[in-house]
Every structure is written in C-alpha cells, then in structure tokens.
Design a protein around this ligand. Structure first.
Ligand SMILES: C[S@@+](CC[C@H](N)C(=O)[O-])C[C@H]1O[C@@H](n2cnc3c(N)ncnc32)[C@H](O)[C@@H]1O
Length: 211
C-alpha cells in the first residue's frame, strides 16, 4: 500500500511539473489527429450526467456536449488550475474537483457516461482506477476511453517496453500499458474497440453490466 502511495505521489509530481508546458507539448499531436479523436470520443457519450476522469488542462472542453451536467476530476492540482482558468475564461458549466481515480469520492451508480483520454497510461494502479469507474457508473452506463497501448507488433512492442522507463520518467506516462486487458479485469464489458492508428491508439467503448 505504501509503495502504491509513493507511486501515486511520483506521478502527481510529474504532472504538476509538466502542467505549464502541457498544452504546448500537445500542440503538434492535436493538429495531427488528437483533436479529431477527441471529437469522436465525445460523440459517443450518452445521458446527461457525465464524469471526465484525468481532465488535465481541459483539452476536451471544446468537445463537451451542451446541456449535460459534467464533472471533471484530476489528481494534479497544477493541471487542474490550468483547466480552471479555461473554465473561468470561457464561462463553462463544468465542475472541477481534485480527486484520484483510484479512490473516487462519488456514490455508487452516479454517472450515465464516464470518459477519459490518455489517462490510464499514467494511473499507477489502472485496474483499481477502472474498478472505481465501474462502481460509480450507473448499471448499463457507458465508459469511453481514448488511450495509447502497447503495440501487438513484436518489434515495436519490444521497443516500447525498452524505452518505457525513460518516457515514464520524463512525462509520467507509460507507453506499454495493456489497457484493453485492464478494462476487462475491471468487470466492465467491452462493446467496441476502434483502432485509430498503428495499433497503438484505441477508442475503447465499454459498459457497466446491468444489476
Ligand atoms: C496525459 S494527461 C491527459 C490529460 C487530458 N485527459 C488530455 O487528454 O489532454 C494524463 C492526466 O491524467 C491525470 N491522472 C493520472 N493519474 C491520475 C489519477 N490516479 N487520478 C486522477 N488523475 C490522474 C494526470 O494528472 C494528467 O492530468
């Protein structure tokens, strides 16, 4: 347990450190495809009561559906501060909270849809985070994740495993996570996986079982 807390603190510190540069770092990726993929992710949400996990600096704000009640969480205070500045400037209706996805402070069965983009690459215990998502999602509710995962190609996968410690140290993100398998372990039911590019970028649509 103590190891896990240390890991969580280390990742949080890394995101606090990169928060001032995050939007700049993402600029090229957004122009490449990320903004299109974000739009696709948000086209999949259902219902009115939405939770975004790992909101970061608010890169998904432009794609939020109107007329929904959206809560957004992140465990990095500095990333959230950037998101809060955007909320204030754009007078958006989104409620931001500093919460760790591994310990969600919400009642069971709360949300119609829960989303995350590029988050489960860095959550220290991803299965625990996904189990928390499953708990606070309503029965039959939807979970939509945009993630990069370990390539199934043996050579690329080997390279990703080899360079993962360096990438993790610099940007706080693992490039060798097996998020599809992790979603399955959380008891969510996968409905669709869309391969968005080179077998690494995936849109994962899952659902909580009905009670
Ligand atoms: C790569 S950034 C992605 C940010 C945003 N979702 C995006 O698409 O630009 C990962 C985000 O997940 C957050 N995060 C990582 N682990 C978390 C956890 N255990 N609980 C809450 N947020 C977490 C980080 O603080 C960071 O803001």
């Amino acid at each position: 347990m103590i190891m896990e807390n240390k890991a969580t603190e280390a990742v949080k510190r890394r995101y606090n450190r990169i928060a001032p540069f995050y939007d700049l770092m993402m600029d090229l990726a957004e122009r490449f495809r990320f903004s299109q993929w974000r739009e696709l992710l948000w086209s999949k949400v259902e219902g009115e009561n939405i939770l975004e996990v790992g909101v970061g600096t608010g890169k998904n704000f432009p794609y939020y559906p109107a007329d929904c009640e959206i809560k957004a969480i992140d465990f990095s205070g500095k990333m959230l501060k950037r998101a809060q500045d955007k909320v204030s400037q754009q007078k958006m209706k989104v409620h931001l909270q500093q919460i760790d996805v591994q310990n969600l402070e919400f009642e069971d069965n709360t949300f119609d849809t829960i989303t995350a983009s590029f988050v489960f690459c860095s959550v220290p215990d991803p299965v625990r985070g996904l189990m928390e998502i499953e708990r606070v999602c309503k029965p039959g509710g939807k979970v939509v994740l945009l993630e990069h995962v370990l390539s199934a190609n043996r050579i690329i996968g080997w390279l990703m495993n080899l360079t993962n410690p360096l990438v993790l140290r610099i940007v706080g993100s693992n490039i060798n996570r097996q998020t599809v398998a992790n979603v399955t372990k959380s008891n969510l039911v996968i409905e669709q996986i869309t391969d968005l590019g080179v077998g690494i970028f995936k849109l994962i649509e899952a659902r909580r079982k009905t009670l």
